[in-house]
Design a binder for this molecule. Structure first.
Ligand code: CIZ
Length: 308
């Protein structure tokens, strides 16, 4: 393992590469990264990278976003199959047909896509939001337009509650956040009555309503920074997030909220990236995210939404 880490560090220097890692990656990958963050922070960090190569340890839509915002850089993803259940739930051709049907019915709307979507879906959208900037972007949608929100119905429902904007919701969900067990959460709360529950807005309403704080990963970290005394936290998001929490705020205790069918919630797509694949992709310069025609239009939408 130590040899593998030394090898990755050596290859990173040799190939003039920067490693970006999402908070949902295994701790050993986050530890090696030059930047860690949520998709918003990493998309912005990618635009500041000075090396010729970016290795994106995350899922496909995140690496794709880094490439779209940095067309001249080589962007590598350790496993090209690292997908996302949300992105899969909203194929671009299906979205285009649905938008057409709304237009034929005389509906005036703008399409707001969660960043967990393909470039082709972003290219069909007016705005792209992340869990970190969704509320401020929604304020930019003209009040006389409806909002078609894709693909996460739970995040969309949460945003309806906090902004008061009525939305047409796509029927997608995240396999990690969808399966938290409310029964187990309530049992944990009985065991640890003083614990604070943190839930991601991709969680269904029954989990959110039993939580003390709802926010994306970056917002969770900001919230943790407000607690000085050692505190128990029940965490309803991807389990690797607790590695980042533990390293930034080691005085607290973190407990994963169990899923209905498993003891903890790990994203199987994020888990496809391993140290070995990270080493191999640096060694071979592949797999690489290759520029696609839809990236041009997606770039306009991403720049307007995430960088300005
Ligand atoms: O925005 C992201 O990176 C995702 C997918 C979740 C979060 O809250 O970090």
């Amino acid at each position: 393992m130590l040899d593998l880490i030394a090898e990755i560090r050596h290859l990173k220097g040799q190939n003039n590469a920067t490693i970006l890692a999402h908070y949902y990656q295994d701790g050993e990958i986050q530890e090696l990264a030059d930047f860690t963050g949520d998709s918003l922070k990493l998309a912005r960090a990618a635009t500041k990278v000075t090396t010729s190569t970016i290795v994106f340890c995350g899922v496909h839509f995140m690496a794709e976003t880094a490439k779209i915002l940095n067309p001249d850089k080589r962007v590598l993803l350790p496993d090209l199959q690292a997908g996302c259940s949300l992105a899969e739930s909203c194929p671009a051709d299906k979205l285009a047909r649905y938008q057409e049907m709304l237009r034929i019915n005389g509906r005036r709307f703008q399409t707001v896509a969660y960043i967990n979507s393909t470039a082709a879906v972003k290219a069909l959208s007016d705005w792209v939001v992340t869990s970190g900037n969704a509320e401020s972007i929604l304020r930019r949608v003209p009040a006389d337009h409806e909002i078609l929100f894709v693909p996460d119905r739970h995040l969309g429902q949460y945003l309806q509650e906090v902004t008061g904007r009525k939305m047409i919701l796509w029927d997608g969900s995240c396999i990690v956040h969808e399966i938290f067990s409310v029964g187990d959460l309530l049992a944990l709360k009985r065991q640890l009555p003083k614990a604070i529950t943190l839930a991601h807005p991709e969680c269904p309403a029954n989990i959110r309503e039993h939580s003390d704080f709802v926010g994306g990963t970056e917002a969770m970290l900001k919230h943790l920074a407000t607690y000085r005394e050692p505190t128990d936290f029940l965490v309803a998001t991807e389990v690797n997030m607790m590695w980042q929490m533990q390293s930034q705020f080691p005085q607290h205790r973190y407990h994963p909220v169990p899923g209905i069918t498993c003891a903890c919630n790990k994203c199987p797509h994020m888990a496809r990236n391993t140290l070995e694949k990270l080493r191999d992709c640096l060694a071979h310069g592949a797999p690489e995210i290759v520029w696609q025609p839809s990236f041009h239009r997606a770039r306009e939408v991403l720049e307007r939404s995430l960088l300005s």
